[in-house]
Design a protein around this ligand. Sequence first.
Ligand SMILES: NC(=O)C1=CN([C@@H]2O[C@H](COP(=O)(O)OP(=O)(O)OC[C@H]3O[C@@H](n4cnc5c(N)ncnc54)[C@H](OP(=O)(O)O)[C@@H]3O)[C@@H](O)[C@H]2O)C=CC1
Ligand SMILES: CC(C)=CCC[C@@H](C)[C@H]1CC=C2C3=C(CC[C@@]21C)[C@@]1(C)CC[C@H](O)C(C)(C)[C@@H]1CC3
Length: 467
Amino acid sequence: MFLCGEDQQLHSFSSINRGLFITALIRNLHSRQKALSCIFVPLVLLAVALLCPHTQSVTFIWIRLSGAICIPIFLPLTVLFLICVSRSPEASVLQWPPPLPSQDQLWDPVAPMLLLAWITLHTLLYFMPLGKVSEGLLLRDGTRLKYPINGFHALCISGVLLMLLLGLGAPMGYLFELLVPLAVCAIAVSFVFSVYLYIRSFWAPSHALALGGNTGNPLYDFFIGRELNPRIGSFDLKYFCELRPGLIGWVVINFGMLMKEVELRGSPSLAMILVNSFQLLYVADALWNEEAVLSTMDIVHDGFGFMLVFGDLAWVPFTYGLQAAFLVVHPQALTSLRAAAIIALNGAGYYIFRKSNSQKNQFRRDPSHPTVARLETIATATGKRLLVSGWWGFVRHPNYLGDLLMALAWSLPCGFSHLLPYFYVIYFTVLLIHREDRDERQCRAKYGLAWDTYCRRVPYRIFPYIY
Ligand SMILES: NC(=O)C1=CN([C@@H]2O[C@H](COP(=O)(O)OP(=O)(O)OC[C@H]3O[C@@H](n4cnc5c(N)ncnc54)[C@H](OP(=O)(O)O)[C@@H]3O)[C@@H](O)[C@H]2O)C=CC1
Ligand SMILES: CC(C)=CCC[C@@H](C)[C@H]1CC=C2C3=C(CC[C@@]21C)[C@@]1(C)CC[C@H](O)C(C)(C)[C@@H]1CC3
């Protein structure tokens, strides 16, 4: 199942696998139904639990609880499943039985060492006296936490170290073979770290706990996260995980896939270069605008539990770059015209994403700044104003629209023959629709009538004239 040599070998792999697949399919029709229900029951629970977090009936509380039990099992399996599918010749997300990795493909002693070295490096870079120190939003106890803004420096230093390693002859393409063992280690680290966070939260003062993660139900609270900003001294664990090892790890893995392609075919394909460049731009942008993360929902409202730990350390690095892993095994020809159209789509998405995020951040920081002072606003009872013109007068979440256009542009270089490269854009659409709904409820609770007025003025949430 793993790619180990030239393209020719891939084809023989393909026919052997297909034969095995058909035999297994006929033999296992009955167990298939059972196994499918094992996948779909948690899937339905996951969807219901995630999409109906505000419903309070006993049944729904039970469903949410079952979701909190199933998701920590289901999501890690999904990560491994998707990596395995991305490198199987069929690359079909609907294939059954799924391409199960053998034990030696799951484990490689190099993986935990690499992961440990990576996390240690980024912890050291976090404490580097580079960049400025910023204050976060006002906390419930009236204080503000301080955060180092040196993520972009960490990205650049990681890039330089990577080039040095490459110059010294490090086999970067080996990351392709290491992907499953690395994901297994990242999942294990997520579990251990979440247990640590859950236990330590019982020593945190009540004002330091997240409002949504303290239902008293241990499984649900473990999943959502009890403590809002867990810290070891000045080391902010949530802020660190959200932007450093996973996000930068994602682009390093992508680069490993590019180098694997070079090993196999002599040079990187245009499709691989596009995927690498688009996603590098996205990560570099996040780190360049690191300060803006301090006002996102995840940092301001959400507890730091399994969901976010796993999301940051395993989900983002191992599923957001699936397109690059897919391209190693499924090379795609891309005409210059199509490449130009895809670059234009990514550019348009990035423009909308960046302009709208910057406009809101600028307005929240200094409403009298010349770039936002002329925009039309409405007053709210809290004293804060809401933008009703500019990007935020176009749709109620222009930043999500831009992000989704980019997500689509990351998949298009992989062609239309497979669904797998579109996994990210499909997952992301669901995530952002759910997130928009959660934000909408929070804003309605916060701004009351003013929010309703805003919704009447700007009727579409994400997609103009559609949604
Ligand atoms: N790649 C990924 O996996 C993910 C990416 N993202 C991206 O992260 C970015 C941040 O997203 P997110 O944190 O969800 O939310 P937003 O940046 O969209 O922030 C929402 C908040 O903005 C304020 N706001 C809403 N409407 C207005 C208005 N008209 N005028 C002024 N302020 C307004 C409100 O807060 P208040 O009024 O209190 O200031 C609201 O709670 C987005 O670009 C998103 O696409 C998000 C999740 C995952
Ligand atoms: C299925 C599952 C485990 C979901 C967990 C959700 C997390 C993966 C995402 C929640 C919010 C995120 C953000 C980013 C990455 C994904 C997670 C952690 C982000 C860092 C990506 C880069 C952007 O520019 C951003 C900084 C705005 C963004 C912040 C939110």
